[in-house]
Design a binder for this molecule. Structure first.
Ligand SMILES: Cc1cc2nc3c(=O)[nH]c(=O)nc-3n(C[C@H](O)[C@H](O)[C@H](O)COP(=O)(O)OP(=O)(O)OC[C@H]3O[C@@H](n4cnc5c(N)ncnc54)[C@H](O)[C@@H]3O)c2cc1C
Length: 419
């Protein structure tokens, strides 16, 4: 069987792996992208019912890599975010927090949105189309890594098909259930939230006007995310409805009228008549954060390094920033004629990313614990907290800039430049 040599072998062609392979290939690194499922199946309507909130700075990276042209027509800008606490009846507390996109860049005549909501199937399709045109990337799918042999000089991957690939560096973008992290002896903090996110598309009577809503219900957050209008002009939002796992399972089994009633009670009537449109999806929620992101000729990227609660819609945005940092480190190293898989190269990536990832892992975990309950004293404290932040423009601006990914030492791609 043939044995090819690559700079980088990316294992996993999910949202992170495919983006990493594209950024790496576009930067001139010979890259292999491997996934156990066929790439075409990743874009089929039945594969992934989610949408992703792409932060403002992640969008700059997509634009720099030429992916955004294919996405712009499918992306709905997020102009405002409204956060409130709510009881079992779904009724929101009058104390709330409102973020306005204009606060991030005061005085700007053309303020950027905080982000965009894009259907995952369109995101995957746009990435794969660009990959198909990238001569530096070889797509290896469906195939599966069954053995990895890494030493001081090179890494060799044995695939299920019998092929062998050699690379200077392997990136595990295998998602949170990947095996390479454990095989490398890298531990992780990991736990289940005992919650399930029910995901669906809702059709509603009135337009959402670009407002994303997050209501903290006792079982978990209920997010209403603005989507592009549907093919017949119907107004639509993407719903991420988190519930305790046992209750979520019962809800998912309800017949359509009873499911509609439960759903409408939580959604409320602020957008007029509302109904679920299309299938119900569900995702068990948990946290995983690797103790380290590197090993001999191995890096962890995206959910393989840190899988977080979707409460803030930031999991993929962290991965995007991982990718921007990693590719910049690799390109700089290669330009100097040095080894892109050497441990000091990988350490630069790990150091660049750890603080940002750790802060988001901790913040989302804390938010979920603080808000996903109906404990009266806690409820009073968090309502007062929301109202207090809402009254201080500097604090609101701080949070908006974080949500947009504008804080910290930003890699070139995140600034919209090629490395
Ligand atoms: C309900 C929900 C809503 C979300 N909303 C948002 C949001 O609004 N904004 C945001 O930023 N993030 C969001 N996220 C997070 C985001 O979806 C994830 O961070 C992202 O999808 C992870 O992608 P990944 O490529 O790292 O992993 P995965 O999607 O798990 O992909 C891993 C891939 O690797 C392949 N693979 C694994 N092992 C092997 C192997 N040995 N050989 C070959 N192939 C292999 C698998 O087949 C798979 O295709 C949300 C998550 C959930 C659950």
């Amino acid at each position: 069987m043939d044995s090819r040599h690559f700079d980088l072998a990316v294992v996993g062609a999910g949202l992170n792996g495919s983006l990493l392979a594209l950024a790496s290939g576009e930067a001139g690194l010979a890259t292999a992208l491997i996934d156990r499922v066929s790439l075409k199946s990743l874009t089929e309507a039945g594969f992934d019912g989610r949408t992703t909130a792409i932060a403002y700075t992640s969008q700059r990276l997509f634009a720099a890599l030429g992916v955004w042209d294919d996405l712009a027509d499918q992306a709905e800008p997020i102009r405002d975010i409204r956060i409130s606490d709510a009881g079992y009846d779904g009724r929101a507390s009058p104390l709330h927090l409102h973020f306005d996109h204009r606060e991030a860049t005061p005085g700007s005549r053309d303020p950027a949105p905080m982000g965009w909501i894009v259907e995952n199937r369109f995101l995957r399709r746009a990435l794969l189309r660009r990959l198909a045109d990238c001569p530096q990337v070889e797509l290896v799918a469906p195939d599966e890594v069954i053995e990895t042999d890494r030493d001081a000089d090179r890494a060799e991957l044995t695939l299920k098909s019998g092929r062998h690939l050699q690379a200077r560096l392997v990136a595990s973008a295998e998602g949170r259930f990947g095996s390479m992290r454990e095989e490398a002896g890298i531990g992780a903090r990991a736990w289940s939230y005992d919650q399930i996110a029910i995901v669906l598309v809702a059709r509603h009577e009135r337009p959402h006007r670009g407002v994303a809503q997050e209501r903290f219900l006792p079982g978990g957050p209920f997010a209403i995310l603005p989507m592009r209008d549907g093919p017949e002009g119907e107004h639509r939002s993407s719903i991420v409805w988190t519930e305790r796992a046992d209750l979520a399972r019962r809800l998912l089994e309800l017949d359509p009228p009873r499911f509609q009633a439960e759903f409408a009670r939580r959604f409320g009537d602020h957008l007029g008549r509302v109904e679920p449109a299309g299938p119900r999806w569900w995702y068990p929620l948990g946290l995983v954060h690797a103790d380290r992101y590197t090993d001999t000729r191995l890096v962890l990227v995206g959910d393989a390094a840190h899988g977080i609660h979707p409460i803030a819609g930031q999991g993929y945005n962290l991965g995007v920033r991982d990718i921007a940092a990693l590719v910049e480190v690799l390109v700089d190293t290669k330009r100097l004629g040095l080894d892109i898989g050497a441990s000091d190269t990988l350490e630069r990536y790990a150091q660049w990313r750890r603080a940002d990832n750790f802060a988001m892992v901790a913040a989302t975990d804390l938010l979920n614990r603080l808000f996903s309950n109906d404990i009266k004293p806690l409820r009073l404290v968090r309502d007062a907290g929301l109202a207090a932040v809402n009254r201080v423009p500097a604090l609101r601006r701080f949070f908006v800039r974080h949500a947009m990914g504008m804080v910290g030492d930003l890699p070139k791609l995140i600034r919209g430049e090629r490395p």
